[in-house]
Write a new protein. Structure first.
Length: 95
């Protein structure tokens, strides 16, 4: 397993925390069962997907914590007064 970790760090440029999070994502989030003797060979296949998942989770958490970041759109309505026409008096007797 240490050989695989070293290989992933040198060949792919993966960080230890990234490898850990990729494994947590695969086994805990996706609910896959670990098999004995498999090592950590799944890491290159789920690393980028796990990275996107955790970045999305961080953005959601940040958005929920700070309501000041929410943008409000302000709309201003201008209502112009129309010119009223004066109507003459109506003679009821002509109706």
């Amino acid at each position: 397993m240490l050989k695989q970790i070293k290989e992933y760090q040198e060949e792919y440029g993966y960080k230890l925390k990234g490898i850990e999070l990729a494994l947590r994502y695969f086994y805990e989030t996706l609910d896959n069962q670990p098999r004995e003797g498999d090592g950590i060979g799944i890491v290159p296949f789920v690393y980028d997907e796990a990275k996107r998942h955790y970045i999305r989770q961080k953005a959601i958490r940040k958005s929920a914590e700070d309501p000041k970041n929410h943008k409000r759109e302000e709309i201003t309505l201008v209502i112009k007064k129309g010119i009223r026409k004066k109507r003459g008096l109506v003679d009821i007797s002509t109706l």
